[in-house]
Design a binder for this molecule. Structure first.
Ligand code: NAD
Ligand code: UD1
Length: 337
């Protein structure tokens, strides 16, 4: 039996491939390399000493997905494939709705055709409405502020409905908080195309000299130092969370949403200073205006993941900063030669 990983060449996907292979699972990867490179897959093979089949294919191609699942005896799917740039989703919403919703629908239909009954889905803390109290629990009110977020919200609804209609289906909706860091080898990591939207890749690209300075988006928030607070989680902890979710999917039918976070919030300046201290390098920054759509504080209540998945984050802030820099400093231009 094998696990189909859509978007398996991407940032979280490649780290999850590695964890699954190390745990003895067979995998097959589908990616269209829209935001990734097959080089990540080559490096996963190098790190694990294992090979696996991978296809350059679109996760919206229902026939191809069915053919691949049948050929490789797939019995569960982890669906990472999706577009994820918030600002871009505001500029070109239809591309986001088309890619992120159609891929899920076509994948579900292909699964139905070949009788695959388990799916782990990449959702996000962004599905929580801004008026919840922190820490965020899975029963919090849902609601979004941008098309990217709405695609996650709508995908969750589609998957819940599918699991109501098909009593044999199991869907685990993993709501990630802020993934950062890289595998400790520094061989795989996050390689955002263009100017990074997210904080940590911006910090590490500034440290390596690709960016002049970081702009801190506002220092007048209601937090301990005025800068925004988030729940940063090491990507290897997140990847392990997927292995736990694959096991959990064997134990129930229906759908379940679970936070993957640490339960601890750090501010932008906490992250800058931790990065500087862990790596003995300066990160020049200036204070700028608030970014539209941002809020003061977001962090998880991770209790459900501990209870249901038997999983909790283990890596420290120092691990996150050190591994982020190890990847960035050894691969200043990401996977590009
Ligand atoms: P990523 O861009 O590195 O990985 C996504 C992968 O999907 C890429 O390799 C891309 O080429 C591929 N892809 C996109 N559309 C595809 C399609 N139609 N067919 C085949 N492949 C396709 O992003 P990531 O950070 O690894 O995120 C993985 C998933 O987790 C995404 O769904 C993302 O929305 C979600 N997520 C990410 C974060 C984060 O901060 N990184 C937070 C919450 C949720
Ligand atoms: C952002 C997205 C969210 C998405 C998540 C993961 C927005 C409004 N939210 O969340 O939908 O799920 O990424 O992809 O875009 N910051 C700076 N300077 C920078 C970059 C960020 O100060 O150059 C600050 C932000 O204001 C925030 C914190 O750093 O306080 C984290 O930002 P980011 O990494 O973009 O994550 P989120 O805002 O949590």
């Amino acid at each position: 039996m094998s696990i189909l990983i859509t978007g398996g060449a991407g940032y979280i996907g490649s780290h999850t491939d590695l964890c699954l292979l190390n745990e003895g699972y067979d995998i097959v990867v589908v990616d269209n390399y829209d935001n990734s490179s097959p080089e990540a897959l080559r490096r996963v093979m190098e790190l694990t000493g294992k090979t696996f089949p991978y296809y350059e294919a679109d996760a919206c191609d229902e026939e191809k997905l069915a053919e691949i699942m049948k050929k490789h005896g797939v019995d569960s799917v982890i669906h990472f494939a999706g577009l994820k740039a918030v600002g871009e989703s505001v500029r070109i919403p239809l591309r986001y709705y088309e890619n992120n919703l159609l891929s899920t629908i076509r994948l579900l239909k292909a699964m139905e055709t070949v009788g695959v009954k388990k799916m782990i889905f990449s959702s996000s803390a962004t599905v929580y409405s801004a008026d919840n109290q922190v820490p965020l629990t899975e029963t919090g009110k849902l609601g979004c502020t941008n098309p990217y977020g709405w695609t996650k919200y709508m995908n969750e609804q589609i998957l819940r409905d599918a699991a109501v209609a098909d009593k044999e289906l199991t869907v685990v909706l993993l709501r990630y908080f802020n993934p950062v860091g890289a595998h400790e080898s520094g061989r795989i990591g996050e390689d955002p195309s263009g100017i990074p939207n997210n904080l940590m890749p911006y910090i590490s690209q500034t440290a390596v000299g690709r960016r002049d300075h970081l702009t801190v988006y506002g220092n007048d928030y209601n937090t301990h130092d005025g800068t925004g607070v988030r729940d940063y989680i090491h990507v290897m902890d997140l990847a392990r969370g997927h292995v736990a979710a694959v096991r959990y999917a064997d134990t129930f039918k229906g759908s379940d949403a679970i936070n993957l976070g640490t339960g601890v919030g750090y501010s932008v300046l906490d992250m800058v200073h931790a990065f500087e201290e862990a790596n003995h390098i300066k990160v020049p920054y200036v204070i700028g205006a608030r970014r539209p759509g941002d809020i003061d504080t977001v962090y998880s209540n991770p209790a459900k993941a501990k209870e249901k998945l038997g999983w909790q984050a283990e890596k420290t802030l120092v691990d996150m900063c050190r591994d982020q820099w190890n990847w960035q400093s050894h691969n200043p231009n990401g996977y590009a030669k």
